[in-house]
Design a protein around this ligand. Structure first.
Ligand code: HEC
Length: 170
């Protein structure tokens, strides 16, 4: 059996110290010289605290299909309607007897004004409740604008008719 000249395992110690030295040098390089590792993760910076936040409720004509209104409406839809109508209004994850909003087989009536009335009054005798107490008119218009982007059965209400109706509707 070959005699073990490396009694105190000096080579192991050298290897260990060498790797520790490498780790520290590498650490120093990344932190102080290279200033971090580029991971290319495309992480978007969180909006700065003082960035102007979109305020749906200050929107003067929330029945118009402005991009910000639709985005706000989609968020409100997920919070208030998705439970029954599904995350995308197609009943997936919702309840079977709610309306498939993409197919848009409307029973109460076609168009933004009819839908707004549904949100004001609910549909008697069904699980479709009134949202008059829960959602401000502007929030309801935003949700309806979002529904317009997903439904195949779109509103043909004239903008001026919607505006006239909206000014008297709460
Ligand atoms: C608790 C379940 C439930 C929630 C929550 C709900 N709905 Fe409904 N909704 C229903 C049901 C059920 C119907 C179908 C009623 C019927 O049988 O006619 C319906 C029908 C509708 C209709 C169809 C009206 C028509 O003319 O046919 C619209 C539009 C609608 N809901 C929009 C919404 C919106 C917008 C929200 C969120 C603000 C919402 N619903 C939240 C259950 C729900």
């Amino acid at each position: 059996m070959a005699e073990n000249h490396d009694h105190h395992n000096q080579r192991g110690l050298i290897a260990f110290l060498g790797s520790m030295a490498f780790v520290f040098i590498f650490f120093f390089y990344i932190v102080f010289i290279n200033k971090g590792v580029e991971l290319n993760e495309n992480v978007s910076d969180p909006a700065p605290a003082d960035a102007p936040k979109y305020d749906l409720l200050s929107e003067k004509e929330p029945w118009l299909p402005k991009a910000e209104v639709v985005t706000a409406g989609q968020k409100l839809f997920k919070q208030n309607c998705a439970l029954c109508h599904g995350q995308n209004g197609d009943l997936v994850g919702g309840i079977a007897n709610a309306r498939h909003l993409v197919d848009g087989q409307w029973k109460v009536g076609n168009g933004m004004i009819a839908h707004f009335k549904v949100l004001q009054n609910g549909i008697a005798g069904t699980q479709m409740a009134s949202f008059k107490q829960t959602l401000k008119p502007g929030e309801r218009w935003a949700i309806l604008n979002y529904i317009e982007t997903i439904t195949k059965n779109k509103s043909t209400d004239k903008t001026e008719d919607i505006a006239t109706f909206a000014k008297s509707a709460d």
